[in-house]
Design a protein around this ligand. Sequence first.
Ligand code: ZN
Length: 492
Amino acid sequence: MEIYKENQLKIYNSLSKSKELFKPLTEGRVGMYVCGPTVYSNVHLGNVRTFMSFDMVFRYFLHLGYKVRYVRNITDAGHLENDADEGEDRIAKKARLEHIEPMEVVQRYTVDFHKTLQKYNFLPPSIEPTATGHIVEQIEMIKEILENGLAYEVNGSVYFDVLKYNESAHYGILSGRKMEDAIHNTRALDGQSDKKNPQDFALWKKAEERHIMRWTSPWSDGFPGWHLECSVMSTKYLGEQFDIHGGGMDLKFPHHECEIAQSQTCSGKTPVNYWMHANMLLLNSQKMAKSTGNYILPNEILTGENPVLSKAFAPSVVRFFNLQAHYRSILDFSNDALEASEKGYYKLMDAVNSLNTIEASSTSTFDVAAWKKQCYSAMNDDFNTPILIAHLFEAVKVINQLKDQKSALTVTDLEDFKNIINTFVFDVMGLTNETKKDSSNALDGVVELLIKLRKEARENKDWALSDQIRDELLALGIQLKDGREGTSFSIN
Ligand SMILES: [Zn+2]
């Protein structure tokens, strides 16, 4: 269903620094590119948060009825250890340290990346191109930039001439940096560099003797610069101009700034209409990063094997935790925060699971249409999942009232209510219906047993015992509710 026609989606565009009404280039279609991982190690939970934010965006577009081409690349060459085009290729370094082929490194971590995302219930992108699969196209783009006079060759390497580009365009348009500041802040070139100016970035690097990952080009045997692959692959699969480009906040500069410069030089057009940046996940109040050792692996969450964690958590709990924050907000990870999310997640699932036991009435006491509108409004306001979740918890309250016959819904309202809840919880947020793990399962069993004993006590008119069971459970935060269908309970 093309429900995008009745939804006015607004997206915060990093380029204009404001929320804009989303208007795709072609009606009914969305082209979206998201920078993928460099496959030299396992992704950490901070990376997963970024990709999860765009998975939610992808899912919402699909729900709205758009035909989406979602491209997320795999960087398997060209990403050096630092942003100044110096140091070793990350993948080559790993291969050297482990005495294996670079492509073995690539294979190992690409497989791991896919496995991880599968566990966390990601939808696969439409296309997942690799840098090494597009060397020919990258060489062609470098030729084009050279022809346009915005790159120069030195000793077999080719660099983008940032100062020259900045004469007719604005290098820094996305990150808000001024050229003068960039000049001021970039460290001076050491004698080794071939660059004319420190701001220039590599399009092609000549490979040193020991560098294994090398390809033949008109300039030297070497490898492409990291920023180039994204310009090449987004143009190839989405066109010179496309709707959305996403990535982590830390990629805004220099990576995305360089992408704009390269693409614009070749096409003469602004490549991207909406730039979206997802914010980071903190651990111990600091950014998660492999380089500092301050990180958690997504698999450790599922096994509980990390000193930060008190136990294992289900993948949907992590997804729920992430979506409780807006994708543009910084999120602080802690065991306590995750435990709080776990409670909320199971409360939501309990309510969803009991939806089918509710019977329709002749009247409605809850305005389903108005509530549905609020859910869409939240998502249409730059994918505001925390507000959506707040509306879903209003629904949880209503479900509990319906179970207690304190609220009523007609057949049509009840159908609509169920559909919307299921759509947002499972299709849009991507949660799965996990069963509670061991200890909570056992607790459920114990409470059910006490409910049975209480029922027997009541049948024997032993009101004192019956009340004692109810009151002492309540003191433990477990509330029994007597209804037409028997006794149910909730844990607060
Ligand atoms: Zn990229």
